[in-house]
Design a binder for this molecule. Structure first.
Ligand SMILES: C[S@@+](CC[C@H](N)C(=O)[O-])C[C@H]1O[C@@H](n2cnc3c(N)ncnc32)[C@H](O)[C@@H]1O
Length: 241
């Protein structure tokens, strides 16, 4: 898998990703909804609906960012939701939202790396990741860690960008992600690189059957995926056996 670095310097991808999200944290939620025309809420809802069909007592939200997915999962009435992220500025925005919503006893956000999770084996019924897995420096290590912290029969649920394959959405999406998204992202966030990194990282990331294959290689059973919205994003699922 090709590694795309946000700022193309000599620094490691993880450090650069952290710096990038720290820099745009204040504008992240607005840009998320603005650039996706609000459809990101529908994508997250689809993921949460699938999780609701399975035991979900303790949920881990990896790369939780500003906590939108964790907050959405609170509607499932789990016992506990833990969110983890490498960007302290993203987490801080998430904590403020959680406190405003009075969800502090249910959801806790902490700093930490997906590739070295600070949790014992067999801790969670569900591990979910939305728009985070593409940013991992070492995808295989990330999957191994998810598998390790899941309980037996636990579910991993992933939401990630994929690429529309058919005319005319393919061409429209390519134009949008190459020109409109980086321009709007730069104008609003003030960060020139963050929103050109997004389409580049999507292009370099394995999708569909290729990602399912990687999940199989990392021991997940029943690995499968569901494309949504002309394949702009896909949901991936798998179980620990
Ligand atoms: C595009 S945001 C997604 C945030 C949130 N899940 C959402 O749906 O809006 C990606 C997040 O992944 C985090 N991230 C990237 N690599 C990570 C890693 N190795 N461990 C933990 N978090 C990571 C970033 O800091 C950022 O907050």
């Amino acid at each position: 898998m090709q590694t795309v670095k946000p700022y193309h310097t000599g620094e490691g991808k993880k450090y650069q990703v952290q710096k990038m999200f720290d820099a745009i944290a204040g504008k992240y939620d607005f840009l998320n909804h603005f650039l996706s025309f609000g459809i990101d809420r529908y994508w997250r809802k689809n993921l949460i609906d699938e999780i609701g069909k399975r035991p979900h007592g303790h949920i881990l939200d990896i790369a939780t960012g500003t906590g939108d997915l964790a907050i959405k999962a609170s509607g499932l009435k789990p016992d506990k939701i833990t969110g983890i992220d490498i960007s302290e500025n993203m987490l801080e925005i998430g904590r403020q939202k959680i406190s405003k919503l009075k969800l502090g006893t249910l959801i806790s956000l902490q700093s930490g790396d997906a590739e070295n999770l600070p949790f014992p084996d067999n801790s969670f019924d569900v591990v979910m990741v939305a728009f985070g897995i593409r940013n991992f420096e070492n995808l295989g290590k990330g999957f191994d860690e998810i598998y390790r912290v899941l309980k037996k029969d636990g579910l991993v649920a992933i939401l990630e960008f994929s690429k529309p394959a058919r005319f005319p959405v393919k061409q429209l999406y390519r134009f949008y992600s190459r020109f409109i998204m980086p321009f709007a992202g730069k104008s609003i966030s003030g960060d020139a690189k963050a929103y050109s990194y997004l389409p580049e990282s999507v292009k370099a990331f394995p999708e569909g059957e290729a990602l399912v294959h990687i999940m199989n290689n990392h021991h997940f059973a029943n690995a499968h995926y569901m494309p949504l919205t002309f394949r702009i994003v896909s949901l991936y699922f798998g179980n620990k056996v």
